[in-house]
Design a protein around this ligand. Structure first.
Ligand code: DX5
Ligand code: ZN
Length: 228
């Protein structure tokens, strides 16, 4: 699969989400990444289903909803109804991850599982055949604009290997501190969905920033650039 760019609106102006999304889409955004935070699992509070529903009306690409909340099972249906195309849940909060992943799929939505920086990759090994994608957090979740944790690159490689062993071509997504300087490294490690918030929406021109990030990611994914 080619590399997909998923601008995170967390770093956009919440009073002008429509124009922020339109700019990212003009720059080639493949998905819009929506960060849902509850003030419990992470220290920050962001948005809920009504805002996702409004975003759905203006976005022309699928919504990738990242649930950073304590009890995701209670809200899966609400985010599905609001228009999520992909929904990811954190392994750290789920006792019955298999049940949750299949509940997301039963809603007709792609199901992703997220690993915090301190969570070992083995946490998803029993789910490797079931997931539609795995999201590797390359910062501690909660805020945009943090610094990429270098170990995340080898973690992407390990997650890719676990998925490959399970015969699952599901993509690895990476989220946190991604910019023009490190995107090639994470793509080379195997990441195929690239989330970027501040690198896009804090740039002078989010359209150009999206285009440039996508070009750099795709160049790194080209077969000649991937070491065998
Ligand atoms: C962090 C969020 C990220 C965030 C990334 O908890 O999950 O999606 O928006 O922002 P940057 O790209 O600025 O690190
Ligand atoms: Zn996110």
């Amino acid at each position: 699969m080619s590399v997909l760019i998923a601008p995170s609106i967390l770093s956009a102006d919440f009073a002008a989400l429509g124009s922020a999304i339109a700019a990212a889409e003009r720059g080639g955004a493949d998905l819009i990444h929506v960060d849902v935070m509850d003030g419990h699992f992470v220290p920050n509070i962001t948005i809920g289903p009504p805002v996702v529903k409004s975003i759905r009306r203006v976005a022309t690409v699928p919504l990738d909803v990242h649930l950073m909340i304590e009890e995701p099972d209670r809200y899966l249906e609400a985010f599905a109804d609001a228009g999520a195309a992909m929904m990811s849940v954190h392994v750290e909060v789920l006792r019955h991850l298999h049940r949750t992943v299949h509940a997301i799929k039963a809603l007709g939505i792609k199901a992703g599982v997220v690993l915090n920086p301190s969570t070992p990759v083995v946490a998803i090994s029993e789910m490797a055949a079931d997931v539609d994608y795995i999201l590797v957090m390359s910062v501690n979740p909660g805020f945009g604009g943090q610094t990429f944790i270098p170990h995340s690159q080898s973690k992407v490689r390990e997650v890719r290997a676990i998925l490959d062993r399970a015969g699952n071509p599901a993509p690895v997504e990476i989220d946190g501190g991604i910019d023009l300087h490190n995107v090639a490294d994470v793509v080379t490690a195997g990441a195929r969905i690239i989330v970027a918030g501040s690198a896009i929406f804090h740039a002078p021109d989010p359209e150009t920033a999206t285009r440039d990030l996508k070009a750099a990611a795709r160049a790194a994914a080209a077969p000649s650039a991937v070491p065998r």
